[in-house]
Design a protein around this ligand. Structure first.
Ligand SMILES: Cc1cc2nc3c(=O)[nH]c(=O)nc-3n(C[C@H](O)[C@H](O)[C@H](O)COP(=O)(O)OP(=O)(O)OC[C@H]3O[C@@H](n4cnc5c(N)ncnc54)[C@H](O)[C@@H]3O)c2cc1C
Length: 485
């Protein structure tokens, strides 16, 4: 039995299910509304698959106007709404409740404008992250945030979770590359924020929306900053015989003032899995770093020289620099397939905590100790340059009690991240997964401010109401919202 509680569905809403579906069908094209339980089951979970619950109905609009219509009906009928992109959230952000309507934006797939002169692309938010890059491929520009799930995840989900990726060390995460959005408010109103210009006066509401996990509005269009592709890029692979030395190498590279595009970390458990899966040719050692630098040939050689010097002080077992495009692909191949490779080992929980880079060696050591205490193996593969850790806890879902033990282990790792001065999430968001740990990171006053802000956007607490805020803490807000509706 997974341990995270979800509140019981509202019997009043369940009793009105046919009426709600009829209202949606009357206002929207019939193929936009899904209510057959065989079909709604496809939306019963996201990538946190231990938690499942089919919604009352699913709405898959093709336009912002249709999103607005669906949202207005749910608002009027007092029905919770779960915004959904591709459903790749690892935090349970898109998990429905039985009394909710899922509004999915994955059919909003148009590229609306590409403007290289002013360095932006405007898209509907159902486009996948990878198709934005594909659209720009021939233009000499690229969109920087590159989650490992980029083949499937949508720009909507990236905005809602403020997603990152391997190349975000240098270019920042989604919030640093988002210029504007069109969004549907809880009452169905349509609002534009920002646009193809820098900044803008007044409060940074765009910044507030990015990372708001479907709590404030449904985002249907986005203007994204695009960047000219660098002259060249080259990865290095550095192997170490201890996790601490690899962690220390990351800390020293960052302290030196160098800013590689990516510093990725894989430990021995991950290396074994990746080698068997992708035949990546990685060295057999305790940990490997992939460090990528970019710029002109002169800049690349200078950075490689300095990184070589830093690594040499820590006695690496291997230092390999790519000599051509094939070798670069080979170095990245294993890292890119790491999650798939880990999946072949069995069930895993993928965590996402962030620590100050200087605390990586201690945190890795402590995770190893916790792994022995809990009797569960853990693999570490993560964006080390910005301290964004992804411990993967391996367990057997068919073994009674193992999922619960893995969840308890995961919660201890996230508490550890906060204790060393980091935070609960770097890029996957809070969802339900970290919801009950929010009191570890925030005081009651901090959480109250965040919930008051939600109430301003979503007075009736209809948007994703059981996520992000611990249920006990948000209860008065949810009850107040119901009594005022
Ligand atoms: C194998 C794997 C690798 C991953 N690697 C990374 C990684 O490297 N970096 C990273 O950051 N994440 C990663 N993720 C997590 C996930 O892919 C990201 O969180 C992604 O941004 C989710 O996008 P989605 O379209 O699937 O959104 P969903 O999972 O559908 O939804 C995610 C959240 O966004 C909200 N939402 C969805 N659509 C809207 C909308 N239109 N308006 C408002 N809110 C909305 C949902 O309510 C939910 O809270 C990975 C996941 C997997 C399975």
């Amino acid at each position: 039995m997974p341990t995270l509680a979800m509140p019981a569905p509202d019997p009043d809403i369940l009793a009105r299910d046919s009426e709600i579906i009829e209202r949606l069908l009357a206002a929207l094209p019939h193929d936009v509304v899904i209510s057959d339980p065989q079909e709604t089951r496809a939306y019963e979970c996201d990538a946190l698959t231990a938690y499942r619950c089919a919604p009352l109905a699913v709405v898959l609009p093709r336009t912002t106007a249709e999103v607005s219509t669906a949202m207005a009906i749910c608002n009027e009928m007092g029905v919770p709404v779960i915004p959904r992109g591709a459903g790749t959230s690892l935090a349970g952000g898109a998990l429905p409740t039985a009394d909710s309507v899922v509004i999915g934006t994955m059919r909003l797939r148009d590229i609306l404008e590409v403007d290289t002169a002013n360095r932006f692309i405007r898209v509907q938010t159902g486009v996948t992250n990878l198709s934005v890059s594909a659209e720009l491929e021939a233009s000499g520009f690229f969109y920087a945030p590159d989650p490992s799930s980029q083949l499937a995840c949508t720009i909507a989900g990236n905005i809602a979770m403020n997603s990152g990726g391997a190349h975000c060390l240098r270019y920042g995460v989604t919030t640093n590359n988002l210029m504007g959005i069109r969004m549907v408010m809880a009452d169905g109103g349509i609002v534009d924020l920002g646009g193809p210009f820098l900044g803008g006066g007044g409060l940074d509401i765009l910044g507030l929306l990015c990372g708001s996990e479907g709590q404030l509005a449904i985002v249907t269009e986005a203007t994204l900053r695009i960047l000219p592709k660098p002259e060249g890029a080259r990865p290095m692979l550095i192997g170490f015989d201890s996790a601490e030395s690899a962690g220390e190498c990351v800390a020293r590279i960052i302290r030196s003032g160098l800013l590689p595009v990516a510093i990725e970390y894989m430990d021995d458990v991950c290396l074994r899995a990746v080698d068997a899966f992708a035949n990546a040719g990685y060295p057999k050692c305790a940990a490997v770093l992939i460090v990528e630098v970019e710029g002109s040939e002169e800049e690349i050689l200078h950075q490689i020289g300095r990184i070589h010097q830093i690594a040499a002080e820590l006695n690496p077992v291997e230092f390999r620099t790519s000599r051509n495009a094939d070798e670069s692909l080979a170095i990245w191949k294993g890292r890119k397939s790491a999650f798939g490779a880990m999946g072949r080992l069995g069930d895993y929980l993928c965590l996402d905590g962030t620590v100050p880079v200087s605390k990586l060696p201690y945190t890795l050591k402590r995770i190893g100790e916790l792994s022995r205490e809990y009797g569960l193996e853990v693999a570490n593969v993560f964006h080390a340059g910005d301290g964004n850790m992804h411990p993967l806890i391996l367990f057997n879902a068919n073994e009674p009690g193992e999922l619960e033990r893995a969840e308890a282990f995961g919660a201890d790792i996230l508490r550890l991240c906060v204790d060393v001065g980091g935070c609960l999430t770097g890029e996957h968001g809070v969802g339900i997964e970290k919801r009950d740990l929010m009191t570890k990171q925030y005081t009651a006053d901090d959480l109250a401010i965040q919930m008051e802000v939600k109430s301003v956007f979503d007075a009736h607490w209809q948007l994703n109401p059981t996520k992000v805020f611990p249920l006990e803490v948000s209860k008065p807000y949810r009850e107040r919202a119901v009594s005022s509706s």
